[in-house]
Design a binder for this molecule. Structure first.
Ligand code: TYD
Length: 205
């Protein structure tokens, strides 16, 4: 069987991390070989780029630099981890992928969806996720969850206006671009998991 690249998406605090853990266990119990990775990050070089991107000291970073660094981190992850794993028929679950850049940089930072699609198409040589699942969550609820969780990084500290734009960006992608499956994040963690798992089962069939 050919491998499958599944991207989990959603605004900060939507519950991706919990869902990815549940999904990995479930898929492994079903007999799949699963690789979990995250963006930005997932390779030595991409993790270094992640540090630069999320460092609260780097407040002067321009939006263009930010978008290119996300794409650079992704290019390395695809080359080093994703392509080989796909070739070996593995199931790859990626915590965020290109849609995060469309939303955070394209809409949140105002760089434009087409522009971000362009640099990512170059960075990934056209590779796309096979299935992208977005956990949809209320704007305030997501941010509250994040704020209670840990010390905030540079992106999370970008202010309510930015996060509102990110939230609206996900709504835009969901309603207008429609290449993304949407799961209601207000459901219980078990219900969200069942929904995500059934989307993957459908894709495999
Ligand atoms: P993430 O690792 O998902 O953070 P957390 O686990 O704390 O939710 O992502 C780090 C931040 O980077 C997050 O605020 C979203 C942002 N981001 C972008 O702005 N563009 C991108 O392309 C990606 C992948 C992430």
């Amino acid at each position: 069987m050919a491998g499958l690249l599944i991207a989990l998406e959603g605004p900060d605090g939507c519950g991706k991390t919990t869902q990815i853990e549940l999904l990995k266990d479930r898929l492994e119990r079903e007999g799949y070989e699963v690789i979990v990775t995250r963006e930005p990050g997932g390779t030595k070089i991409s993790e270094k780029i992640r540090e630069i991107l999320l460092d609260n000291d780097n407040n002067e970073m321009g939006s263009c630099c930010e978008a290119l660094l996300y794409a650079a981190s992704r290019a390395q992850l695809v080359e080093e981890v994703i392509k080989p794993a796909l070739a070996e028929g593995k199931m790859i679950i990626c915590d965020r992928f290109v849609h995060s850049s469309l939303v955070y940089q394209g809409i949140g930072r105002g760089l434009g969806i087409k522009e971000i699609e362009g640099i990512n198409s170059f960075a990934l040589n056209g590779l796309k996720s096979d299935l992208t699942i977005m956990i949809d969550i209320d704007f305030e609820k997501g941010l509250d969850r994040k704020r209670n969780q840990k010390k905030l990084d540079r992106l999370e500290n970008s202010g309510n206006d930015f996060h509102k734009k990110v939230y609206n960006g996900y709504q835009y992608i969901k309603n207008e671009i429609k290449d993304i499956e949407v799961v209601d994040g207000a459901m219980s963690k078990e219900e969200v998991h069942e929904k995500i798992f059934s989307l993957i089962e459908n894709k495999i069939r």
